[in-house]
Design a protein around this ligand. Structure first.
Ligand SMILES: O=C(O)CCC(=O)C(=O)O
Ligand SMILES: [Fe+2]
Length: 716
């Protein structure tokens, strides 16, 4: 009978799970293999589950310490939501396998391939291809025996799992080595699960593990003897018990096989409820193909009467989408801080110390209040500076554009501060009941969010979108000014500012994309029929928004830093040359340093760098820096604007005449083409320009300078 015919005639109203003796699983005799494959084929087509007996695999793993002795602080550090690769600890109720349910009543610990000698795994090139799971396992430091106990069992189970693939291949009328090149990297994930007992009336929406299918090729499940919990759904929608049978493993098919076989092999729905009155342990090993393998249907499983059931995706894409939908159930909020740098994750899965859940509750509130204080104090200083800039520039018509930049910056930064304040005042639960990892806010409690919390989360997402837009505007104004100043300081050399302008353009494009995806996110959560579990598009949007935010932050930092370095370098060089040649600057080193810091916008770049460092080293406190850096974005350019207004700004103008004057006077020794003058920036301050020159010129010949070249080049 063909596979398609067998599937059409399948009898899936089973009342028990078949048992297959796998003693001979490694016997190469084709007759033995075919007989075994026949039994496997029947079980896979009709039930999707079977018990394997005589496996010579001994799971004796002591799970007690990991779930009872290990301290909560230790284990919470390894929360799966804080690791970048879905490995680590899952708390009770923090995953949800059945979208109709409210959370799974189990906790678990998840890990993947690792050599017993951990150093070997780190350098194993085969592991580079582990898709969403790529990256090291995490192990609880307080239970060192856990790793040593689990890994030998893991290796033995993976070995056994590999030996089952030829049987599945033969069962599908394929050559026995069909899966060899698709299972080179053992995409095998093991979970140690602990089910607390559920006694008394049990809410059907909160059970051990809700109804689900597994997502890999097949699962090999060890169950603690003597405790019934696992149930399998038959075609009559009846739950059939699959009790533990000593010496066996339950083997069930997952969605990868269902996709590959166009549902000829069944990925059967199952669940677990521990009503035994005592806690229960189980250890599933989810065995998939390599993540880059495309789940293309086997041709013998597709026909006219059985058309294609699924789109083709890679195993990695499929597993990732399912993992996200299951384990991120609690993520409702999305915060992105400016300038951010709220998210600094690089996409290469590099591990960083996550913000810990210890910032939840009152502590988070305290940190937020401290951050607000820091921001307010700096904002106060900024306001004084801004008022000063308006006072100085209000009557200087040629400098109207400086005044416009100062006002734009102040309005944008004030708006973002006010919005942030509104966000905090309107979202007290969010402030006290969430923690941040990589720019995504998580609820601290494992309870599903109340409608008030969800409402607050919407508000947060909305205000975030607006704050991001105002920050984008402030960024353009601030960086635009810095770049323009560089242009002036570098004597209008285009090659200096063109790369900076390109960087600013790229930053703006990323910022706008970031705002766009924030708005899309808001639109999505604002929908009246928001599903309990975030749909895949939600994750896509969070990912895109975060990716653009990270990129724009990186570009903004690059732009600001390059501007600061270019300006500071030029100022330093010019001052040094002056000092060396005119020999009167030695007393002004201090002044030059201040000049370099203020006029290069280094105050802001230093703030950004400090924020990044704190995010990496003490992420719990990074909020304080993230808030404080906001007014700095205004302070740095406004300081420059004030100096320009007062006629003290550093200008390197085209004063060949000055140089030649000095040369003529025999005081100029630099062989370079340095053309410089420290002067004020307006035509009206001509005298102060000359004074400055006079001060720097030992021969005191200001009148010899051709002032016609010396008029303000800076009438932006
Ligand atoms: O623990 C069990 O019995 C079932 C576990 C399971 O189905 C799973 O983790 O996918
Ligand atoms: Fe399962």
């Amino acid at each position: 009978m063909s596979l398609v015919q067998a599937a059409q005639n399948a009898d899936s109203a089973f009342s028990e799970i078949p048992i297959i003796d796998l003693t001979e699983v490694s016997n190469p005799d084709p007759v033995v293999q075919r007989s075994l494959a026949g039994q496997v084929r029947d079980a896979c087509i009709n039930v999707g589950f079977f018990y394997g007996t005589n496996l010579r695999l001994h799971a004796f793993v002591e799970l007690e310490p990991i779930f009872t002795t290990t301290s909560h602080t230790c284990i919470e550090q390894l929360d799966i939501k804080k690791t970048p690769n879905f490995k680590g600890y899952t708390a009770v109720l923090s995953s949800n396998n059945d979208p109709a349910n409210s959370g799974d009543m189990h906790e678990g610990f998840e890990f993947g391939w690792e050599e017993l000698d951990a150093d070997k795994t780190a350098n194993d090139p085969r592991r580079a291809n582990d898709g969403v799971m790529a990256g090291a396992n995490v192990w609880p430091s307080e239970a060192p025996g856990f790793r040593e106990g689990m890994l030998p069992y893991y290796h033995a189970a993976v070995h056994l799992g590999k030996s089952l693939f030829p049987l599945f291949a033969l069962a599908l009328d394929l050559p026995s080595d069909f899966f060899d090149d698709k299972t080179r990297n053992s995409a095998a994930i093991m979970r140690a699960l602990h089910y607390p007992p559920q006694t008394g009336p049990v809410d059907d929406r909160v059970i051990g593990i809700g109804a689900h299918t597994d997502f890999e090729c097949f699962t090999m499940l060890w169950q603690e003897p003597g405790i019934q919990a696992l149930q399998v759904l038959n075609a009559n929608k009846k739950w059939i018990d699959a009790p533990p049978i000593p010496g066996t493993l339950v083997i069930n098919l997952g969605d990868q096989f269902a996709r590959w076989t166009n549902d000829v092999f069944r990925s059967t729905v199952h669940r677990a409820i521990n009503r035994s009155g005592v806690r229960r342990y189980s250890i599933p090993l989810f065995f998939g193909t390599d993540y880059d393998v495309r789940l293309e249907p086997i041709s013998s499983c597709v026909s006219e009467e059985r058309p294609l059931h699924y789109d083709v995706v890679t195993a990695g894409e499929y597993v990732k989408a399912r993992l996200q939908a299951t384990s991120c159930y609690q993520i409702i909020l999305k915060f992105v801080f400016y300038p951010g740098l709220g998210t600094t994750r690089d996409s290469s899965n590099s591990r960083r110390r996550p913000a810990s859940m210890s910032t939840c509750g009152a502590r988070n509130y305290q940190i937020t209040v401290t951050a607000l204080w820091a921001e307010s104090i700096l904002y106060g200083l900024y306001t004084i500076l801004f008022a000063g800039s308006v006072y100085i520039l209000a009557f200087q018509r040629p400098k109207r554009s400086y005044l416009a930049i100062s006002i734009t910056l102040y309005v944008a930064i004030t708006a973002s501060m006010i919005l942030r304040l509104i966000q905090i005042l309107m979202g007290p639960r969010t402030t006290t009941n969430s923690y941040l990892v990589d720019g995504v806010g998580y609820s601290c409690s494992s309870e599903p969010q109340s409608s008030e919390e969800i409402h607050e989360a919407w508000m947060t997402d909305l205000t975030n979108a607006i704050i991001d837009a105002t920050n984008a505007l402030a960024q353009i104004a601030a960086d635009g000014l810095l770049i323009y100043r560089c242009f002036i300081i570098w004597n209008r050399k285009r090659y200096v500012v063109l790369p900076l302008a390109t960087l600013l353009l790229a930053t703006t494009a990323c910022n706008l994309s970031h705002v766009y995806y924030d708005c899309e996110l808001y639109k999505m959560v604002d929908h009246p029929s928001l599903p309990d579990t975030p749909p895949p598009r939600w994750f896509q949007l969070v990912y895109l928004s975060s990716a653009f935010n990270t990129t724009s932050n990186a570009l903004a930092l690059a732009t600001t830093l390059r501007c600061s370095i270019s300006a500071a370098a030029r100022i330093w060089w010019v001052s040094r040359e002056l000092g060396r040649n005119l020999k009167t600057l030695s007393g002004n080193i201090y002044k030059s340093a201040i000049l370099m810091i203020v006029e290069s916008g280094a105050i802001f770049s230093s703030g950004l760098i400090a924020t990044l460092i704190v995010q990496q080293t003490a992420p719990d406190y990074s909020v304080i820096f993230t808030y404080a850096v906001n007014p700095l974005l205004g302070i740095a350019p406004t300081l420059i604007i004030v100096r320009v207004g007062m006629g003290h700004a550093f200008e390197v103008t085209h004063v060949a005449a000055f140089q030649s004057t000095l040369l003529r006077a025999g005081t100029w020794t630099a062989p370079t083409a340095l053309t410089l003058c420290v002067a004020s920036s307006t035509g009206s301050s001509e005298s102060s320009a000359c004074e400055t020159r006079a001060k720097y010129s030992p021969v005191n010949q200001p009148n010899a300078v051709d002032s016609s070249n010396d008029h303000d080049h800076d009438t932006a």
